[in-house]
Design a protein around this ligand. Structure first.
Ligand code: SAH
Length: 200
């Protein structure tokens, strides 16, 4: 898996180390582990119609937000907990929100079993963010909204960065920076994520 990531252009040694350390198969529920090679460069099903993202996309998004030790990162769409583990492995304090209670419970269990105590999982609607723990140094969204959720921009620190897939059907990764009160948005890679569902 690491050789593939390098071949695709992932360079950050810390990101490569984290990707080589986190045990990806553990995050895939046992009932779905047979469905696909956990270390192949493709998404894997995790139940409830959701998937754990392809390793390259996880590494790419992580490299683009470049989390540093001790930074506070908000993730929307905990899913299996894998992306959260990668961020924690880099020394970040991770706040992650998942709307499907069974997946949030699963992620909480695996992250605890794998020893990631700096990850906090909230069962809830990501559109609201997590105001009690704001502001965040970076925000990473792993489901695709149609528009940039305003609460997430609000909860981003001055100087903070956010990466998210945007749109329906054809999506683009978008990188947003908040500097001197101003927000700049730059289009990046085309991607395909599950939609970010509106809160119930
Ligand atoms: N980052 C995950 C993959 C996420 S798949 C991993 O590493 O495994 C996208 C996830 O976003 C799904 O689990 C889906 O339930 C969740 N999701 C969709 N809409 C959401 C919302 N409004 N708030 C929080 N989570 C949401």
């Amino acid at each position: 898996m690491i050789a593939t990531l390098k071949a695709y252009g992932i360079k950050d040694p810390e990101v490569l180390r984290a990707m080589g350390t986190v045990r990806r198969h553990e995050y895939i529920p046992v009932s779905h582990r047979h469905a696909a090679d956990p270390y192949g460069d493709h998404p894997c099903p995790i139940g409830h119609g959701q998937t754990i993202s392809q390793p390259y996309i996880v590494a790419y998004m992580t490299e683009r937000i470049a989390p540093k030790k001790g930074e506070k990162i908000l993730e929307i769409g905990t899913g299996s907990g894998y992306q959260a583990a990668i961020l924690a492995e880099l020394g970040a304090d991770v706040y992650t929100i998942e709307i499907i209670p069974e997946l949030a419970d699963h992620a909480r269990d695996v992250l605890a079993a794998e020893g990631y105590q700096r990850v906090h999982v909230l069962t809830g609607d990501g559109y609201k963010g997590w105001p009690e723990h704001a502001p965040f140094d970076a925000v990473i969204v792993t489901c695709a909204p149609e528009d940039i959720p305003a609460a997430l921009v609000e909860q981003l620190k001055e100087g903070g960065r956010m990466i998210l897939p945007l749109g329906t059907g054809m999506q683009r990764l978008v990188i947003l920076l908040k500097k001197e009160g101003r927000v700049t948005v730059v289009n990046d890679l085309p991607v395909r994520f599950v939609p970010m569902v509106k809160g119930r």
